[in-house]
Ligand binder design. Structure first.
Ligand code: DAH
Length: 339
């Protein structure tokens, strides 16, 4: 049987070492002191009982002290917003060569390269914008149902997550105005991430990429536009292509067109089927006079064309990718195919 003094030393040691010191009050050793009490001769009980109670008081105050010091010392303050513990210095980063470029980034670079070689400037589109750039400057009348077709995300503060890269048209036109009036022309593409409140499936994502093109001069024609687009697609797919257009409605172009290519045999088309399979690649047309006016460009003097379309669709056709969702999925097996 342990003496009170032995139990005291043991339990005080335990308290100093424990992260949950209060458990000591339920220890077997302490309980055994209480059961000894009932076995003692009545005349000894009172003194022993006092000693056990004194021990309990001492233990409780040791527990209080230990809990306080656990609260204060053992939990270091931590800045959860810091990229690493700022007290210990930068963490060792994984070597960057273990990562690879995302297929969309890679293909976007190919697209940008083709257009810049044709003389277009390339600027990235914004990922937060406003009603004027999303709709107003693009000849969407206030409350016009055409706005609904864009399933646009809005913030409570009335900002917009752009649903197309056409948001950049007004900026491109305004910043090119001086050059245009000095006898030059406006030629720029804008590329970037866009967002729509879509139900996600194999061909729809809420987040995707587009490339927009804008060209304005004193005598730009629809024929010039078809030439530029054909040159682009033939360069991107590395082969000659059959193209056609059909009418399409977009408030910011007049006439508005859908641009199509015939799926070539090399990209999975069936050379034996007589009609061929036509794929709609983008929307395009002659820039509406109201869009030029919104950028303070005189539509009597200048005309231009514009186009815009999705990047994923281009890439999916090139590599026979059957599901659009792979791009945003982070699936390594998919991403590594493009290394
Ligand atoms: N912004 C349109 C869309 O996302 C695509 C588009 C159509 C862009 C015609 C254009 C254009 O510049 O002329 O659906």
């Amino acid at each position: 049987m342990q003496s009170i003094e032995d139990v005291r030393t043991n339990l005080l040691d335990l308290i100093t070492a424990s992260l949950t010191p209060r458990e000591v009050l339920r220890s077997v050793e302490l309980k055994s002191l209480y059961s000894q009490l009932t076995e003692l001769a009545p005349e000894l009980r009172s003194e022993f009982g006092k000693a056990v109670n004194a021990l309990k008081v001492e233990l409780e105050s040791a527990i209080d002290a230990r809990e306080l010091s656990l609260d204060n010392d053992d939990v270091e303050s931590l800045d959860v917003t810091a990229p690493w513990d700022v007290n210990t210095g930068p963490i060792e980063l994984l070597p960057t060569e273990q990562g690879t470029q995302h297929p969309l980034t890679k293909e976007l670079e190919v697209v940008i390269d083709i257009f810049t070689r044709m003389g277009f400037d390339a600027i990235e589109s914004r990922q937060i914008d406003d009603d004027f750039h999303m709709f107003g400057s693009l000849n969407f009348p206030e409350n016009h149902p055409a706005r609904d077709g864009y399933d646009t995300f809005h913030t409570q503060e009335s900002f917009i997550a752009p649903a197309h890269t056409s948001t950049m048209q007004n900026r491109i036109l305004k910043s090119g105005k001086d050059k245009l009036e000095a006898g030059g022309q406006i030629a720029a593409i804008s590329y970037g991430r866009v967002f729509r409140n879509e139900d996600v499936d194999t061909t729809h994502e809420h987040t995707f990429y587009q490339v927009e093109g804008v060209f304005v001069s004193e005598k730009a024609t629809l024929g010039d536009m078809l030439g530029v687009l054909r040159a682009f697609f033939e360069s991107y797919y590395g082969q000659s292509l059959k193209i056609k257009t059909q009418p399409g409605y977009f408030p910011f172009v007049e006439p508005g067109l859908e641009f199509m290519i015939e799926k070539p045999a090399a990209l999975g088309g069936n050379p034996l089927s007589s009609g061929g399979e036509w794929l709609e690649m983008l929307g395009c047309g002659m820039i509406h006079p109201n869009v030029l006016r919104a950028a303070d460009i005189d539509p009597e003097k200048y005309q231009g064309f514009a186009w815009g379309g999705g990047v994923e669709r281009l890439v999916m056709l090139k590599y026979s990718i059957e599901d659009l969702r792979y791009f945003e999925s982070g699936k390594l097996a998919f991403l590594r195919k493009f290394v």
